[in-house]
Design a protein around this ligand. Structure first.
Ligand code: GSH
Length: 201
């Protein structure tokens, strides 16, 4: 069985986040381009891999993984030599899970609420992600100890949250650009050779 990962990719998608992670992990991969305009993500063969018809999707040793955060966590665990996830038993594992899941479960939907001008969840509501302002304030606090979400240790959680932040800042999401905590954090991440290589694509 081939070690090389099939990485279903389109540059105008969250696949960019996984691309950065593949480079950080030093994983062997080949890009399988998926043309949205031609509907290649809705063909029967692609839907057999990911019934959501969405990118990113990877196949590694015959195993299909979808969902950006899940792929990033899978790669961190599959390539432990890259040191991108604290090992089980390490107290930092808690913070690692916390921020990775916060990125996917709170930051992303709150950001999309704001960017798509959807109403924010009511205060004290059961909607799981809270308001955009609460999410941004929480991230700012998390980065106060910096330089990374886990303090001195760069991890796959920074890949997920950092890539979202970079995207949000590029598209003018409020409360981010001009805030030193976010400006410095994103500049630090973008300067990483693995990130720079994927942004060049
Ligand atoms: N929850 C998914 C979202 C994936 C997603 O929505 N991908 C978009 C591109 S960024 C897509 O493939 N859209 C095509 C479509 O839904 O038709 C994840 O985190 O990976």
């Amino acid at each position: 069985m081939t070690e090389e990962i099939d990485f279903y990719h389109n540059p105008r998608s969250r696949a960019q986040m996984v691309h950065w992670m593949l480079e950080e992990a030093g994983a062997p991969y080949r890009i399988v381009p998926v043309d949205f305009d031609k509907g290649e993500h809705k063909t029967p063969s692609f839907l057999a891999l990911n019934p959501m018809g969405k990118l990113p999707t990877i196949v590694h040793r015959g195993v299909v993984v979808t969902e950006t955060a899940a792929i990033i966590a899978y790669l961190a665990d599959t390539f432990p030599q890259a040191g991108l996830a604290p090992l089980p038993g390490d107290p930092l594992r808690g913070a690692y899970y916390r921020w990775l899941f916060f990125g996917a479960g709170c930051f992303e939907p709150a950001l999309l609420d704001r960017m798509l001008k959807r109403p924010a969840p009511e205060p004290k509501s059961a909607v799981g992600w809270g308001s955009y302002e609460e999410v941004v304030a929480t991230l700012k606090k998390a980065l106060a100890g910096g330089p990374y979400l886990l303090g001195g240790t760069f991890s796959a959680a920074d890949v997920y949250v950092g890539a979202e932040l970079r995207w949000a800042m590029a598209f003018g999401a409020p409360g981010l650009k001009g805030e030193r905590a976010f400006d410095d954090y994103v500049a630090r991440l973008v300067a990483r050779p693995a990130c720079a290589r994927t942004l060049a694509v």
